[in-house]
Design a protein around this ligand. Structure first.
Ligand code: AMP
Ligand code: ZN
Length: 463
């Protein structure tokens, strides 16, 4: 499998450090609000990477951090009159609900910054001992001049390491504008931790270095994020980590282009965003949103339009229709070697495209060629059991790596089962209002629940 490494600026054969095991760090959300579908473009492509690696037989250990203390979380918690933890809980819960709705596989670890203060303090102490820090008005800054490798990731162009793209509001006095805070002195009215470094809180970049190394070791395989993370976040992560350990931090750096709207990055601050829940409320199937966000190669910008979403809906409808036709049964024995061969050829080309730096568009094209071929044969009554099996195998590959279950019945099953599970959980904690709300939501959709001694049974009214 070849992956484009931002560090070397070329596609490289991916070889994990420990055979059969991939250690992957994916920068996660800042839990100050609901994530938007731009954020999910990044998390979805990372999910695809994970699935392809797993399909290829690797055991993946993935870590995704939850940034639950920074300027934005603090400001919003304060505005809401809540303790930081009480404020962020809502958005952490919402984030996991959204991951489930989108069918994103769970990472092995979701460390929270506020739960890793000792690890961060230990890292700062290592940096201090090695002479990489200076103090200014009680805060500790990393001195870029002490790390000669600075700028390797972003290529030292004037717009990145030499510039100042993210001016952090609470950094007061720095020797060099590129220097960054690893520990910020306590400010009136802000949460703080009393530590050996003094009372304060960690700088934003520190958490990813401390938590990735805690769960994955000092050198690990892949680190990902959106292109906006390259500078300064990832550049600073490299500086902090390698200055402390003296060994290479990450072997492959992968970055995704943005989801854009009219040429501009989708972002909270520009107000040009959609949350997943808002789109679901408007009636969009999360599978279609998933499909749309994966349909374009991750290193190319993806322009969001409702028209585009509609086209993805139509593409998925085609797959659903075909699967529903297969479910209809009534096929005779036998099969056409030509079709069986075409199905396995489609699988091969799909695999090759994904192995080529996760070329999703290149993987979808042969799938839809096969769908067209199958429909023509079905229309003509020339489709038999061995053809069905061959087609199913290709669809299975699609399902495994794209994480999308084609077929309306299967999609309904998944959704209803998830709601039934939620209702059982609500009843277990004696939240009967929530349990009734879920039952009503299901009834409104024509799903009738029956509580039996063997568990909950369900059927669609009229079926
Ligand atoms: P944030 O919560 O802003 O730190 O972002 C979390 C992740 O989402 C980071 O990896 C960002 O690079 C990514 N991200 C933010 N906006 C977009 C976007 N419009 N398209 C794709 N990824 C994004
Ligand atoms: Zn990060």
């Amino acid at each position: 499998m070849r992956l484009f490494n931002t560090l070397t600026r070329r596609e490289e054969e991916f070889v994990p450090l420990r055979p059969g095991e991939v250690r992957l760090y994916t920068c996660g959300p800042t839990v100050y609000d609901y994530a938007h579908i731009g954020n999910f473009r990044t998390y979805l492509w990372e999910d695809l990477l994970r699935r392809v690696l797993e399909y290829r037989g690797h055991r993946v250990t993935q870590v995704m951090n939850l940034t639950d203390v920074d300027d934005k979380t603090i400001a919003n918690a304060c505005a809401a009159g809540l303790e930081l933890d009480d404020y962020t809980r809502t958005f952490i819960d919402a984030f996991f609900e959204d991951l489930d709705a989108l069918g994103i596989e769970r990472a092995e670890h979701y460390p929270r910054a506020t739960r890793h203060i000792p690890e961060m303090v230990a890292l700062v102490k290592r940096l201090k001992d090695r002479g990489h820090l200076y103090e200014s008005r009680g805060s500790l800054y990393f001195k870029i001049d002490t790390f000669p490798g600075y700028g390797r990731l972003c290529g030292l162009d004037p717009g990145c390491a030499g510039g100042r793209s993210r001016i952090e509001s609470d950094e007061y006095d720095k020797d060099d504008p590129r220097d960054f805070a690893v520990w910020k002195m306590r400010k009136e009215g802000e949460p703080f931790w009393d530590t050996e470094l003094g009372a304060g809180r960690p700088g934003w970049h520190l958490e990813c270095s401390a938590m990735s190394m805690k769960y994955l070791g000092e050198t690990f395989d892949i680190h990902t994020g959106g292109v906006d993370n390259i500078f300064p976040h990832h550049e600073n992560e490299i500086a902090q980590s390698e200055a402390a350990t003296g060994v290479p931090f990450v072997r492959y750096w992968l970055h995704a282009a943005h989801l854009v709207v009219d040429g501009e990055k989708m972002s909270k601050s520009k107000g040009n965003f959609h949350t997943l829940r808002a789109l679901i409320k408007r009636g969009y199937d999360p599978r279609v949103i998933r499909y749309m966000l994966l349909s374009v190669h991750y290193r190319k910008p993806l322009n969001f339009t409702f028209e585009g979403l509609g086209q993805c809906q139509a593409a998925l409808d085609r797959l659903d229709d075909l699967v529903d036709r297969l479910e209809g049964g009534g096929f005779s024995a036998g099969g056409d070697p030509e079709f069986i061969n075409a199905a396995s050829e489609a699988r091969r080309i799909m695999g090759e495209a994904l192995d080529d730096d996760l070329n999703t568009a290149g993987a979808l094209a042969p799938l839809f060629d096969l769908v067209r071929d199958a429909n023509t044969r079905l229309d003509a009554g020339r489709f038999a059991l061995d053809d069905v099996a061959a087609l199913r195998e290709t669809l299975h590959f699609f399902r495994a790596v794209f994480g999308i279950e084609p077929g309306r019945r299967a999609a309904l099953d998944r959704e209803v089962e998830a709601l039934i599970k939620k209702r059982a959980e609500a009843r277990a904690r004696r939240d009967f209002a929530e349990a009734d709300r879920i039952r009503k939501a299901l009834t409104d959709r024509g799903v009738v629940l029956e509580d039996t001694p063997q568990g909950v049974r369900w059927k669609v009214r009229g079926c």
